[in-house]
Design a protein around this ligand. Sequence first.
Ligand SMILES: Nc1ncnc2c1ncn2[C@@H]1O[C@H](COP(=O)(O)OP(=O)(O)O)[C@@H](O)[C@H]1O
Ligand SMILES: [Mg+2]
Length: 260
Amino acid sequence: MTSIAITSGKGGVGKTTIALNMALVLSKIGKRVVIIDADVAMANLGIMLGIDRTPVSLHNVLMGEMDIKDVVYKGPAGLFYVPSELSLQKYFKLNFSKLKEAVKKLEKDYDYVIIDCPPGLGEDAKAALESARTAIIVLTPDPSALADALKMKHVSEHSGTKNLGIIVNMITKRKSEIRAEDLETVSELKVLASIPEDPVVRDCGVKQKPLILTEPNSPAALKIREFAMKLAGIKATLPAPSKKGLLSKIIQNIKHVFKR
Ligand SMILES: Nc1ncnc2c1ncn2[C@@H]1O[C@H](COP(=O)(O)OP(=O)(O)O)[C@@H](O)[C@H]1O
Ligand SMILES: [Mg+2]
């Protein structure tokens, strides 16, 4: 039905994390979702999913060897995914202009085609952005964020992709951080979600277990869920972030006693 490019000016801001976990939320509520690892040079999606070997991938499509539908795999929670290969040898042989046609094909079969983009303005990044109907810019709230947002907004406007807005990730609430309101004023884009810096996210990355499936009540997971549900037009009623302190244990125990 539609396609969303998750893009950014810089690497390491949380694109793959957000793309994968929002895709899982949408899949869990019954949408047909496919996520494409279009960051062909890094191929991080498979790693984050804990899937190491995929005999065919987006590389085969971009080399003109296969149809996109033949490189779609079944992932967890009903999610479908198109991996990339870690092979850099093939990278230089890829024809990125084939991506748009591939995305169009998948749009017919899925409610959401989510494209995990490479960072920056290279040929691969531009092709990934151009392949989608809509785009979301991910950034961290550091001083370069404003310039990043403006640059990516400009690029998406030129590629004919509708910009849905910004996701600010890894918020620590330090005074030096750029505030969401300022980002909105300067970029004239909406801040769609503000996700906190959350050590659980990195732990899940190391364990190769998606955040939404293993730590659904962690602060970052709750924010991603809230955003994805809103995107799907559903108002989420969210539980409070999990507190592993003494107080929460006492509350748990009390609840347990009253259940008996
Ligand atoms: N909200 C967050 N809090 C803490 N760590 C995060 C958060 N979002 C992402 N990360 C971590 O930051 C690193 C880069 O994230 P990734 O999603 O791979 O970024 P990108 O795809 O933009 O390069 C990973 O180690 C990931 O676990
Ligand atoms: Mg990535």
